[in-house]
Design a protein around this ligand. Structure first.
Ligand code: HEM
Length: 386
């Protein structure tokens, strides 16, 4: 969006969302050739109606995934992966998430300072998903390099830089797919207690997932789950250092950790915009959207719509109910939400109990260079070990 041209706007886009929501709640952006929708009610309506607002991307060259399928194919695939990605499988990870978090913090606690992004929020989700998938620990670094490359943005804005990024990403994706294929074959012969083994046996009405579908799904988990969880943890710490009173409040009331994570998903959501394509002419907010046009739902704006939330620009660590759309809504509602919630809750709980007085160690911040994502590439803090 041309409105988000400056770094300070990318680091804090909410006043712009507010202005657009008030002045042009549904507008066509000529530069991008796309509709933008800012009100809660309209975003909700779009995400609730996948028949009219499709997730199929026109030029999907990297193969279909859950994220880009429509019904009925989506329902079938989602039911299949749900058999492996169960709440129990996720909850069983809690002790491991706790020890990984503690180990990562052990490495920085003597220093009295850390970079939240590099020292905790990036490695934690990568290690957890690697363990969940069944990647042996000897391959962890290899795996981390691949997954970093998969989500790495463009450095600079030249065409060469873009072409290089695409080439690197495609190479990493290919190598990852080959790597997962080896794991898949090993598990087929000798199943273990991991997600890949569970995906191999998942079955509905005699139908199983094909090899290519499992590979693509494993890669989707990395792309959809790692950077988003990194940003959720970092955004929560950013908020608590910007508003230290909230840090104290949650430290005194550990029972607020859960609602604080939800409030972060509302107030500082890692994904601020979700794209769809209209499958037929449709009216939203008095505007006619034509079949085939792209529609972007600005969750970052909807989550602060005063028609839906009281005092929307106030962070309430115990806000309830909190019908934010930080994980989307409807049939594509984030599959990884239970895992992301668990990781963020554990990370916050442990940071608040091991550190007192977390403060932003003032340094220039670099926003993640995508208007669809809200997050920073670095977030240095100081703290006192408790
Ligand atoms: C879908 C956000 C973490 C896997 C989504 C969607 C959102 C979202 C907004 C809906 C996209 C749409 O409607 O087009 C987030 C946020 C996360 C997070 C904010 C962290 C805080 C994760 C994790 C995983 C994951 C940890 C897996 C390990 C997925 C998958 C989908 C999805 C597979 C597609 C579901 C479908 O299309 O049925 N996520 N996500 N996400 N997410 Fe997440």
């Amino acid at each position: 969006m041309r409105e988000l041209a400056r770094i300070d706007e990318q680091l804090f886009p909410f006043p712009i969302y507010r202005e657009l929501r008030e002045k042009t709640p549904v507008r066509f952006d000529e530069d991008r050739g796309s509709w933008d929708v800012f009100r809660y009610e309209d975003v909700h309506r779009i995400l609730k109606d996948p028949a009219t607002f499709s997730s199929r991307r026109g030029l999907e060259v990297r193969g279909e995934t859950l994220l880009t399928m429509d019904q009925p194919k989506h329902t079938h695939m989602r039911n299949l992966v749900n058999k492996a990605f169960t709440p129990k499988a996720i909850n069983d990870l809690a002790p491991r998430i706790t020890s990984i978090t503690n180990e990562l913090l052990d490495q920085v606690i003597q220093n009295g300072k850390m970079d939240v992004v590099h020292d905790l929020a990036t490695p934690l989700p990568v290690i957890v998903i690697a363990e969940l998938l069944g990647v042996p620990s000897k391959d962890r670094m290899l795996f981390k390099d691949w997954s970093d490359t998969m989500v790495k943005g463009v450095e600079g804005n030249s065409e060469e830089a873009f072409a290089q990024m695409v080439a690197e990403r495609d190479k990493a994706e290919k190598e990852l797919a080959e790597y997962f294929l080896t794991i898949l074959n090993e598990r087929r012969n000798k199943p273990e207690d991991d997600l890949v083994s569970a995906l191999l046996v998942a079955e509905i009405d005699g139908e199983k997932l094909q090899e290519q579908e499992i590979l693509r799904f494993c890669i989707l988990l990395l792309v959809a789950g790692n950077e988003t969880t990194t940003n959720l943890i970092t955004n929560a710490i950013r908020l608590m250092t910007e508003q230290p009173a909230i840090q104290d409040q949650v430290r005194q009331h550990p029972e607020y950790v859960k609602t604080t994570v939800e409030e972060t998903l509302r107030y500082y959501p890692p994904i601020v915009a979700i794209g769809r394509i209209a499958t037929q002419d449709v009216e939203i907010g008095g505007q006619l959207i034509r079949e085939g046009q792209q529609v972007v739902s600005w969750v970052g704006s909807a989550n602060r719509d005063p028609e839906k939330f009281e005092n929307p620009d106030t962070f309430l660590p115990d806000r309830k109910p909190n019908p934010h759309m930080g994980f989307g809504f409807g049939i594509h509602f984030c599959l990884g939400a239970p895992l992301a919630r668990l990781e963020a809750q554990i990370a916050l709980e442990i940071m608040l109990s091991r550190f007192s007085d977390m403060q932003f160690a003032k340094a220039p911040l670099t926003p993640i260079p995508s208007p669809f994502v809200f997050g920073v590439k670095n977030y240095p803090i100081t703290f006192t070990a408790r």
